[in-house]
Design a protein around this ligand. Structure first.
Ligand code: ZN
Length: 409
């Protein structure tokens, strides 16, 4: 199959005007400004279209999609987490399972409609979500969430066993692990999970340096997260308090690395940025969720300047208005008009692929890579200098979507 469009945006090479792309089986065979010589295939001409690699949402929680629009407040993370726990405790097991299935289906649908072909999905209920996701069409790195601190530290082994279950691995699903966060997993738990991941070659994602309260908790054992653990009846005096910041803590334990994706990284200093860069650790920035919780300005320029691989996530629908990475890019463009539009497109494509360990297969349009394509339609009545300008104007709509060469939309 050959597609032709006014713009093809490979991401890792300059945009091609009036270009051609040939898909063979599940892969990209050719792309360029001319059709392949001597080809017998007919060319499908897409008027006013931009062909991009499928967008990559490096950090989300599909199973929380039922919380869309539920909470304007609170904006404080400990309070938010307590609400999630309380909500889940109100439900029977059957109700929770039903809600989870519907939430995942809704999340998948919203992602595909937005041109997202790959997600890094954190899943606490991964024994329920992986069977739903294993056959696609969405490509998913399913980070099984592991939690266990204080009086619940004994749950780590059980949770790890469930989270590390690779039986649903498929062409669409890769099993990963997620030690949840420094206020929900202790030093031994973090080590256990990440050592297991390294032994079995599983990618890792963890929530890190997300709030000032998290830093306070690690440094002093006090504050809102201590109160949250007490409210939940989990706190005990044996919880080790490292007395240092989250990035330094993980680095000291030898747990940062190219196989470890940090979700958020909202509060980092220059030395920590150097640690992230030196260890090849990627960071997923969630612009609209960041705004929802009214954090201090994100250290984007510092992270990019420090050479850290920054990618984009939405986080869940409980804190983000949609699962659209294009909308995150548009938000980022509005906040940072000084950033080159082409760089913003990289954050939502190739950088996400690198963060998820999939850069050999996806994230850009190159011969030999998998044909995951998001094709957007330009508006009828406006002209743009570049395809990146058009996409970030907010006026393009998804036209077609391909995953592994198969048309999904
Ligand atoms: Zn998250």
């Amino acid at each position: 199959m050959i597609l032709s469009a006014p713009w093809i945006v490979p991401i890792t090479t300059p945009a091609i005007a009036d270009g051609f792309i040939q898909i063979k089986g599940s892969g990209i065979n050719y792309l360029g400004p001319q059709p392949l010589p001597a080809t017998v295939e007919t060319v499908q001409v897409l008027d006013r279209a931009i062909i991009l690699p499928g967008l990559i949402n490096a950090h989300t929680h599909l199973e929380l999609s039922h919380l869309q629009g539920e909470w304007q407040q609170p904006r404080d993370l400990p309070e938010w987490l307590l609400r999630v726990v309380a909500l889940q405790q109100q439900l029977s097991q059957t109700e929770l399972e039903q809600l989870t299935v519907e939430a995942v289906q809704r999340g998948v649908e919203q992602s595909l409609q937005a041109g997202v072909t790959t997600v890094g999905d954190i899943s606490r209920l991964c024994h329920l979500t992986r069977p739903l996701l294993t056959n696609g069409p969405l490509r998913v790195v399913s980070f099984g969430e592991v939690i266990g601190i204080g009086r619940r530290r004994h749950l780590i082994d059980d949770r790890l066993r469930i989270a590390a279950d690779t039986r649903y691995n498929s062409p669409h699903l890769i099993t990963g692990l997620s030690p949840h966060a420094p206020y929900s997993v202790e030093e031994n738990g973090f080590k256990k999970v990440i050592y297991h991941a390294r032994e079995h070659d599983l990618p890792v994602c963890t929530h890190l340096a997300e709030t000032i309260e998290e830093i306070q908790f690690l440094q002093t054992g006090l504050g809102r997260f201590r109160e949250m653990l007490e409210t939940l009846g989990i706190w005990d005096e044996r919880i080790p308090i490292p007395g240092i910041t989250p990035i330094r803590w993980l680095c000291q334990m030898g747990l940062l690395g190219p196989d470890c994706l940090v979700a958020h990284g909202n509060y980092v200093d220059h030395e920590e940025i150097d640690l992230l860069c030196a260890t090849g650790t990627s960071v997923a920035y969630c612009p609209r969720t960041h705004q929802h919780f009214q954090h201090e300005p994100y250290p984007l320029a510092e992270l990019l300047g420090g050479g850290v691989n920054i990618c984009l996530g939405t986080d869940s629908l409980a804190s983000s208005p949609s699962l659209s990475i294009l909308e995150e890019m548009i938000n980022l463009h509005e906040q940072h008009p000084e950033l080159p539009p082409e760089l913003i497109l990289q954050l939502g494509t190739i950088n996400g692929a690198r963060a998820l360990g999939l850069a050999q297969q996806i994230g850009s349009l190159e011969p030999g890579k998998t044909a995951d394509l998001a094709i957007f339609q330009l508006p009828d009545d406006e002209e743009f200098d570049t395809p990146a300008d058009a996409l970030l104007s907010g006026q393009c709509r998804l036209h077609q979507l391909y995953v592994a060469g198969e048309k999904i939309r």
